[in-house]
Structures are given as C-alpha cells and as structure tokens.
Write a protein that binds this ligand. Sequence first.
Ligand SMILES: C[S@@+](CC[C@H](N)C(=O)[O-])C[C@H]1O[C@@H](n2cnc3c(N)ncnc32)[C@H](O)[C@@H]1O
Length: 275
Amino acid sequence: MNYRHAFHAGNFADLVKHAALTRLMQRLTAAAAPLLVVDTHAGAGLYDLTDADQARSREAEAGIARLSGLDLPPEFALLKQAVDSRNGGGAVRRYPGSPLLVCDALRRGDRYIGCEMSGEVFARLGAVLRGTGKDARGLRGDGYEALPQLLEDAERRLFVLIDPPFEQADDYLRIVEALSEVFAVRPDAAAMVWLPLKDLETLDGFVRRMESAGLPEAVVAEARLRRLDNPMKMNGCALAVFNAPDGFEHDLRAICRFVVQALGEPGGQAKLWVA
Ligand SMILES: C[S@@+](CC[C@H](N)C(=O)[O-])C[C@H]1O[C@@H](n2cnc3c(N)ncnc32)[C@H](O)[C@@H]1O
C-alpha cells in the first residue's frame, strides 16, 4: 500500500469533500438523536503542509492556499474555521482531515470510529483523536471488513464516510458491497462516498453497479476542474450522498460551483444529479 494522503492534503478534492463533510455534520447534529460516524478510510487526521513530502507535491498550494484572500461562500465557513483554528488564524501550515472535522462537530453522546490500514498513519490518527476530548477512536485494519460489526450500535443514528485511495481496482466494487451491507441493516443511514473523476465511463460504471445492487437513490455532486478528455489526469472529483438531510443538496451545489470557479480551468463544470 503506497498511498499517502499527506501528498494530497488540502488539494481541491479535499476542499470539496471537507466543505461538504462539515456542512453534513452540522445538519446531522442538528437533530437531537445521538450520532455514530464511521469513517472507513480515516487517514492521519491532521497534515503538516510544511513537511518535505508536502513541499514536493504542492497540491495544497493549488487548493487551500489559493482560498486565502478569496470571498468564500457560507458553505465554506465551517471548514475555514476548522483550518484557521489549527493555524492560529495565520498562513495554512496544518490542514485537518476528516477525523478532526467530524470530531469538531460531535456532541456529548455522539461517537466517531475511524478505520485506518497503515500502521504509521494509524499511530498518528490515534494521537490526533486523543487530543479531541471527544468519544472518538481509531480502529486499525480494513475499513470495509470492519464496517459490518460497527453497524450494531442501534442506539445512534449512523453516518458512514467512505473515502478510499482508489489504488486498488476493486475499490468501486467494495464500496458498493459495503453500502449494500449498511443499507440492509440500517436503511435510514446517511452515507457519503468520495470518488475521483478521470473519465465519465468509470463514474457511470460505478453508478450502474449501485443500481444493480439495489442501493437507494443517491445525490451525485461533481466538481469537474476541466473537460474530462484526458483519463490519465484527475480532472475532478465527485461525492455520492445517500439519505442526504434536507437542504444538503443546496450545499453540495454551492461547494462544487465555488471550487470549479475558483480553482478550475476553462471547460470546468459543476453538476448535481440523482442516481
Ligand atoms: C484518501 S485517504 C483518507 C483521507 C481522510 N478520509 C480525510 O478526508 O482526511 C485514504 C486512507 O485510507 C487508508 N487505507 C487504504 N486502504 C484502506 C482500507 N482497506 N481500510 C482502511 N484504510 C485504508 C490509507 O492508508 C489512507 O490513509
């Protein structure tokens, strides 16, 4: 397993995913019932954008760094607050990942479980989660395999975040299998899947797989930074959201539009549709 999210932290795709995640958490925690969040691919939780790897990849420079000084739409306010609070309001050196963004929103009675396969990343995740003071723990291992046992907590509403590296050809298949298990046991669960956008055929194939598995309807939000005519490049990203709370479609549309407009190239496009 070679994937290291540290190379990509704070890039345009993180901005789409994390702005959406903060708004989704705000909406899910507006209801009184306690919430369990399962993050199948948690990552380290906090990334140091000044370390040597980051300086080499420079993805944050074309992402979070370009947002400073821009007039951000309200859908980015929570993400901005989360980033600012880890940087003393100054230049962005540290960038929070999904575990911290979820923990920021957790209330007493809510719980976060973040699965992580890599031992080194898991150790960093553990330290980050301990510092939150929330009911949050890491689980070392395969998030897809761990998921079924984590569905047994019937006391809490469930939100599942699936954000794999897509290094393995079977990620698309395993996502659909995992979602099938989730909705068989918890039909009312909310779920959000992050997807890379290189070409449309791969996204179509995933949606066809969702349909044949009988998954519930999903809202798909696409942020295409440029035309999808070079499948060797990451041309954008998409989020598929199941059982989205009321009003969340509006957030998704605004987030994708803003990222395309601020960071995209000619031919870029934001799209929202129901699969
Ligand atoms: C895209 S990153 C996650 C980023 C994180 N969700 C965030 O938004 O900050 C994917 C992570 O999944 C881990 N990983 C890869 N395969 C996994 C698996 N089968 N189960 C759990 N973690 C896995 C990688 O080590 C990596 O840290």
